[in-house]
Design a protein around this ligand. Structure first.
Ligand code: GLY
Ligand code: MN
Ligand code: MN
Length: 463
């Protein structure tokens, strides 16, 4: 946990951004897997962690804007808990660690909220994303569960997004740690990518790395020799010579700051020419995007630069043709890169996505594009120092998409379908780094960049 001061200051700043009323943060409860006491690994709500720091179930926090006071609600552990869980601090002691003086039993939360409702005070809360939380809000606020989403506070969403978007030095230190764990995960995966090895064997070892350092994975591992499926979580294939293994994985530190990196490597450790040709295009898109990333420019423009680089490269290989700008304007690139260049990252791997993608990635000035090839871009708005984001261009050969677009006669002026069809079975390449926007540019997080040039990758795999 950070120092208590960090959390007090964050809450003070948030209170100043909200005119009046009370701000309610509900921590997450445990979530059962297959019977009530057999639960998924506990994950605290990220906004709760940001303002109240406590990583445990069944607690809630309130910022009373009018009274200028913070409250923590949670029950002390009883003897039975202590028998099963060992000695536990009291709520008062826990409150002190995050700068909250007023620690009260959970039951008092209802009283505090009912009192506010009776007085007609505004209760600000963030969009819930778990069924249990929706039901709890229904119970606490007397709002029908189907209407809860329409009562969320837009002012609170905007204030929280404004604060969590700019990472402070404590947070950057944590994100660096997460990046360093991702380095280990990826280098380990590269060394294991030998023909005859099952994807699941590598997945198991990679997942153990953040766990062994007190953390966990930041999202379910994507590790596959069929990288054309963007979020492929099937790990049952035996790796074959001639295929590429795409690994998209990252860690959460014990404080839950994330990393999210992708590398794509030739099974067996040696690129063939066809693999190298596609790989170099994605690498160039990644490098150009990073070189262009700086405060004051929109990530939409960086996305556009990256997809133009991909189109230019595919044109050189004879897979695309025609005018590059026109191809991108119309969305022909989406055949090969159907996803966005990147997203914010922090306490969530897709940072704050639960608060609403458009609040996080767009603003009054930059609106989300509507055509396929732009509409999926999670982050489009102007960049600011302190933003942490991913840079993850890719090039994929997706058989169903090729087949459908060819049947529809789509973009025949830009796509050489005959040549593209000869790449069916190639898979896909994605190269993803985590980036901090600085005062005058950006830098990759972590002590060392995960091996990325074909030479570095081959050396790592064979070294
Ligand atoms: N977690 C997948 C990605 O955004 O890269
Ligand atoms: Mn990723
Ligand atoms: Mn990502």
């Amino acid at each position: 946990m950070f120092d208590a001061k960090v959390y007090s200051e964050r809450r003070n700043r948030l209170r100043q951004k909200i005119n009046n009323g009370i701000i309610l943060f509900l921590g997450n409860p445990e979530s059962p897997m297959n019977y009530p006491s057999n639960t998924f690994h506990f994950r605290q709500d990220s906004s709760f962690l940001y303002y109240f720091g406590l990583d445990m179930p069944n607690i809630a926090g309130i910022l009373d804007v009018d009274e200028n006071k913070d409250y923590l609600f949670g029950d002390n552990f009883d003897l039975d808990d202590i028998i099963w869980m060992g000695p536990q601090p009291s709520m008062k002691e826990l409150g002190k660690t995050v700068g909250v003086k007023n620690a009260e039993p959970y039951g008092h939360l209802v009283e505090k909220l009912h009192d506010a409702i009776e007085k007609g005070r505004k209760i600000h809360f963030l969009p819930p994303y778990r069924g249990e939380t929706i039901l709890l809000l229904e119970d606490l606020l007397g709002i029908n569960q189907n209407l809860i989403q329409s009562y969320v506070s837009k002012d609170l969403i905007k204030a929280v997004v404004a604060m969590r978007s700019i990472k402070d030095t404590h947070e950057i230190e944590e994100l660096e740690k997460a990046a360093n764990i991702a380095y280990e995960m990826h280098v380990t995966a590269m060394k294991m990518a030998k023909p005859g090895t099952y994807e699941r064997e590598i997945t198991g070892v990679v997942e153990g790395i953040p766990v062994s350092q007190g953390g966990m994975i930041s999202f379910p591992i994507i590790l596959t020799q069929n990288g054309e499926t963007l979020h492929n979580h099937y790990h049952g294939n035996k790796l074959e010579e001639g295929k590429m293994m795409l690994t998209d994985t990252g860690a959460e530190t014990p404080m839950h700051y994330a990393s999210d990196c992708t590398r794509t490597v030739p099974v067996g450790g040696k690129f063939n020419q066809r693999q190298k040709d596609i790989y170099q295009i994605v690498l160039e898109a990644n490098n150009k995007a990073r070189e262009a990333t700086k405060p004051g420019i929109t990530y939409l423009s960086v996305h556009t630069l990256a997809v133009k680089t991909v189109v230019e490269g595919l044109k050189n290989l004879g897979l695309m043709k025609g005018d590059v700008n026109a191809a991108v304007e119309q969305g022909a690139h989406a055949m090969f890169m159907p996803h966005g260049l990147g997203h914010m990252m922090g306490l969530d791997v897709h940072d704050m996505e639960g608060l609403g993608e458009d609040y996080v990635g767009y603003d009054e000035e930059t609106k989300r594009g509507s055509i396929f090839g732009f509409s999926g871009l999670r982050l489009g708005r102007k960049l600011q120092p302190g933003f942490v984001l991913t840079n993850e261009p890719g090039t994929y050969f997706i058989p169903e998409l090729i087949k459908r677009w060819k049947e529809q006669g789509k973009f025949t002026e830009f796509i050489n379908y005959d040549k593209v069809e000869s790449y069916i079975g190639f898979g896909g390449v994605r190269l993803e780094d985590d980036i901090l926007v600085t005062q005058d540019g950006c830098r990759i997080l972590g002590d060392k960049r995960i091996p990325i040039t074909p030479e570095e990758v081959e050396e790592t795999m064979n070294g």
